[in-house]
Ligand binder design. Sequence first.
Ligand code: PXL
Length: 281
Amino acid sequence: MTEGTYLPLSLTGQTPLRVLTIAGSDSGGGAGIQADMRTFALLGIHSLVAVTAVTVQNSLGVKGFHEMPLDVVGGQIEAVASDIGIHAAKTGMLASSAIIETIADVWIGQGLDGTVPLIVDPVCASMHGDPLLHPDALAALKEKLFPLATLVTPNLDEVKLLVGIDVVDEESQREAARALHALGPKWSLVKGGHLRRSAQSPDLLFDGTEFHRFDTTRIDTVHDHGAGDTLAAAAASALAHGYSMPDAVGFAKRWVTECLRAAYPLGQGHGPVSAMFRLPS
Ligand code: PXL
């Protein structure tokens, strides 16, 4: 089960595994919660959702967003944790430090820390550079959420913002993985997808001792909206299915590569990656 892009779907009438996404809504349907739910569904996972913000966007960019009230953000997590049960979770767009602090408090308060794997994808901006996180919330992300994370999955722009390292080669990628790990997550993953000069798209995973490298051929497409969300959603799904972290990341990397291959144009700008490659044609 550690090769390919297959995870077992659940049988009809049988309750599937559940993964919670704590993230923003994308009105264009390409990234955020909408991307997460597609990947979850196609990996046999029942989606649980805590909406943090509603973005107003299309393929040309994010025009703005509306943050959910803090009691609604926290309430959604409490509601599903206390009744339905969560096998893994991931965070995406979190918008503000108050939302981040609320999530951290509820995560601990519900006894989820140390029992449910949590992937923190530190989303800071859209692919067009539109902000999705207030700059003053970086500190809360690092201080409140990273110590609760099983895995953090920044891209190279986020690495620069979080730990001030410009990743340009394998050595600086290792240095970044070490610096991120020092902030408290069990594992750090430095995604190399933005290393544009490389023909490969090397991701580096670190647990404080050992490095694991994941190489896949770079898929050259402008339609990569939602790629980071999809990688984190697939890794969370694989963790829910019981994969080890290196196997889950390897699986997620193969999954997002196929989603990039299947990406399609949408609107006048950048289209989304597509998990729908897994549907029978
Ligand atoms: O891909 C990062 C991301 C996450 N969540 C939302 C987004 C985006 C990128 O635009 O809009 C809601």
